[in-house]
Ligand binder design. Sequence first.
Ligand SMILES: C[S@@+](CC[C@H](N)C(=O)[O-])C[C@H]1O[C@@H](n2cnc3c(N)ncnc32)[C@H](O)[C@@H]1O
Ligand SMILES: [Zn+2]
Length: 267
Amino acid sequence: MKQDTIDILCCPQCRGELSFARTSDSFGHSDRSMVCRNCGKKFTDTEGFPDFLGETGLKYSGKREKIVRTLYAKVYTPVNNFLFLFCGGAGNARREVLSRLDLQDSFSVLETGMGAGENYLWMNSKAKNLRFYGIDIQKQMMVHCMENTQKWGIQAELFRADATNLPFKDEKFDVVFHLGAINLFPDKGRAIEEMIRVSRPGTRIVIADETDKAARLFNVFTGANDKVTPPVDLIPGNMINKSLEIIWRGYGYLIQFTKPYNPPNSK
Ligand SMILES: C[S@@+](CC[C@H](N)C(=O)[O-])C[C@H]1O[C@@H](n2cnc3c(N)ncnc32)[C@H](O)[C@@H]1O
Ligand SMILES: [Zn+2]
């Protein structure tokens, strides 16, 4: 993490200011842990990214799930590319979503749930000096994303955090989007509120995920009975230019809206 990135971060629990903890181990190696000046909570950075979740993130039912998730992170890209064949190909599917973003030179871009980071590769060619930020709940995806961005020569600041409790101060990003997990979030409304909170006024926010048509396809394999409703009713009433579209040949939905400069207080 760059030294001055701490200026846009805050404690995801109490929104307090963070400082570097400046701790060192018995060998004198100092680490990059941060501590909340308000509640005292410490956030480590031992694996190459600040971890705002520690043991409170995704819980694995056992060693087996951990192994499966690690393997899944490795095969995520080919599997995803295969699944996207139903939607017209992964490249087209990403373009359909990312082309709605308002990418301008030097903008700071936040993706919540960035997975392997493939959207950064697409966006990187669309404007100059974009400053990429990402959060994901899974350590394995964090590692995979770090490997990818290094391989692609893309600078991205990555944090392990929950999309429903972002570790960023208010109004820090020019572009904020989410692609592909919100259907499974227990509190979608809270994830949307967080995206709005960290967006600068005037930011267009984009959210995309699978429709019920795709969920029905998965349910055949998984035996689940999940029904998908695009969370458009959870967008607060004071957001403007709100729209819902069906994309990916009917397998996806895309919600976009703008955070106004002077939002009225209505919900
Ligand atoms: C289907 S993948 C999509 C990844 C990426 N957005 C893309 O377009 O390729 C969803 C990602 O969201 C992450 N995720 C799931 N729940 C999350 C949460 N509550 N907070 C942050 N990330 C989450 C998963 O770990 C996974 O990497
Ligand atoms: Zn705190």
